[in-house]
Design a protein around this ligand. Structure first.
Ligand SMILES: CC(C)(COP(=O)(O)OP(=O)(O)OC[C@H]1O[C@@H](n2cnc3c(N)ncnc32)[C@H](O)[C@@H]1OP(=O)(O)O)[C@@H](O)C(=O)NCCC(=O)NCCS
Length: 137
């Protein structure tokens, strides 16, 4: 993460973000996002840049004062394992703290990445349970 910097995304970044997310879906469990979805949610996206090139993205989707979700974390394959995702997640948590969001959620198969940042399966005896209403498991 030495030379990378984090900034807010702008509308002009949408094609590059779509590409990053597409790349992420190939090796990890993240959902595809459509151009219109990104246009609606661009204000929630944060980007990591190195030498003027976009190397990673993530979003902090704020649903209400109570709840936000870290989503769409994707790092270019040749920039992985250098702490870029960790830095983006830490940035989202800082942003959530600044905005006085009560709880931040992450739905992930990369538990360690999030646990290192302070996420836990239980919070004061409570668990996050989720369901996909359109699916039977
Ligand atoms: C998952 C993903 C976002 C991780 O990005 P990343 O930038 O490699 O993440 P980090 O570097 O912060 O941490 C990844 C690992 O590298 C290690 N690491 C961090 N800095 C390091 C460094 N300087 N040197 C060596 N290893 C390092 C971390 O310990 C971590 O180990 P883990 O396997 O226990 O989690 C990335 O692999 C990706 O884009 N995958 C496809 C999309 C995806 O799966 N997204 C889902 C995330 S919820």
């Amino acid at each position: 993460m030495e030379n990378a910097s984090i900034r807010k995304a702008r509308v002009v970044d949408i094609p590059a973000i779509l590409e990053l997310i597409e790349l992420g879906t190939k090796s990890g469990k993240i959902l595809k996002r459509s151009p219109s979805d990104l246009r609606r949610n661009i204000r929630h996206f944060w980007l990591a840049e190195e030498d003027g090139r976009l190397i990673a993205c993530c979003s902090l989707e704020v649903y209400c004062q109570k709840l936000a979700e870290v989503r769409s974390v994707s790092v270019r394959p040749n920039h992985r394992r250098k702490g870029v995702a960790s830095a983006l997640i830490a940035h989202c948590l800082k942003e959530a703290r600044r905005r006085r969001i009560y709880e931040v959620l992450a739905i992930t198969d990369r538990d360690n990445l999030f646990k290192r940042m302070g996420f836990a399966e239980q919070l004061h005896g409570q668990k996050a349970l989720f369901s996909r209403p359109g699916h039977h498991s």
